[in-house]
Design a protein around this ligand. Structure first.
Ligand code: CP
Ligand code: NVA
Length: 301
């Protein structure tokens, strides 16, 4: 069974194949209307369940559109409306869903929920974000970087802000795709200890960004963070905002990324988000192409 649960759980050569496939899938569709089906139909006659226990715009729409373009059908399920939210075990849910669908994509809170789903499902399971990681996003980001600026191997990527779930998948990717990752942020919001060794720390954001090929940030308060932490986090992170002054330390052709949704003029200024180095909407588009490659890879297993 080929699940796509995390970047560090997928071999580098497989990850490379997925990125290259995503690029080819994208190229093959150039100029076609969004609703047109692909020439290649690996999901023909396949049913895909998209489970969301948290809100989503990009993940939901890009998976739904991607499945349809590849000839399959989807059902979008809200965790709250399923028996899963009312006491049925994850293991039983996984076994039941596996009798109806060919693929499961899940966005949830605890990583253990996803892992249990994968353990008991007899169809592939894809991680659509947990409190700990967001691998589909980073696959789209690698695709985006390479489309604009060539191979990511050996490049300098700087993350400014909260050491959160999206950062964690960047840290996993740094090892698998062999790029240098620098984290800059306040000590209370450091990445989880399990990621140590995958990145360097530089507390001074300007020094961190010196010579960067890519500058990345994300929301200061994630969906799993308590809203009560908002003011404290804003105070802790204000100095790590990605603004033009910070971007000026990066290489002139450095890219700026944000997985979105963004809180404009908090973690990044609109000047940077809408500026010439920003590729935020390409990242969003590439979720579609990268995830189609991920689904194809899962089903080939
Ligand atoms: N970047 C991302 O996963 O966006 P959504 O929360 O809208 O799916
Ligand atoms: N870190 C954010 C990413 C959203 C796509 C969150 O978990 O809310």
């Amino acid at each position: 069974m080929r699940h796509f649960l995390d970047i560090h759980k997928t071999a580098p050569n497989e990850l490379r194949r997925i990125i290259d496939t995503g690029r080819a899938i994208k190229d093959a569709r150039a100029g076609k209307p969004k609703g047109a089906v692909d020439a290649d139909q690996p999901l023909k006659d396949h049913m895909v369940a998209l489970i969301f226990e948290k809100p989503s715009t990009r993940t939901r729409v890009s998976f739904d559109v991607g499945v349809r373009q590849m000839g399959g059908q989807t059902m979008v399920l809200s965790g709250a409306d399923m028996q899963l939210g009312h006491g049925e075990t994850i293991a039983d849910t996984a076994r039941v869903l596996s009798r109806y669908v060919d693929l499961i994509m899940m966005r949830t809170f605890e990583e253990d929920t996803l892992l249990e789903m994968a353990e008991y499902a007899t169809v592939p399971v894809i991680n659509g974000l947990t409190n700990r990681t967001h691998p589909c996003q980073i696959m789209a980001d690698i695709l985006t970087f390479e489309e604009h600026n060539g191979p990511i191997r050996g490049r300098k990527v700087v993350w400014s802000g909260d050491g959160n779930n999206v950062f964690a998948s960047f840290a996993h990717a740094a090892k698998q795709f062999e790029f240098d990752l620098v984290f800059t942020g306040p000590p209370p919001l450091d990445p989880e200890p399990a990621l140590e060794g995958l990145y360097a720390i530089e507390r001074d954001p300007h020094r961190a960004v010196d010579g960067a090929d890519l500058v990345v940030t994300d929301t200061w308060v994630s969906m799993h963070d308590p809203q009560s932490a908002r003011e404290r986090r804003h105070n802790q992170l204000r100095g790590y905002q990605v603004n033009q002054r910070l971007m000026d330390h990066a290489k002139p052709d450095a890219l700026f990324m944000h997985c979105l949704p963004a809180h404009r003029d908090d973690e990044a200024t609109s000047e940077v988000m809408d500026g010439p180095n920003s590729v935020i909407f390409d990242e969003a588009e590439n979720r579609l192409h990268a995830q189609k490659a991920i689904m194809k890879w899962c089903l080939e297993g």
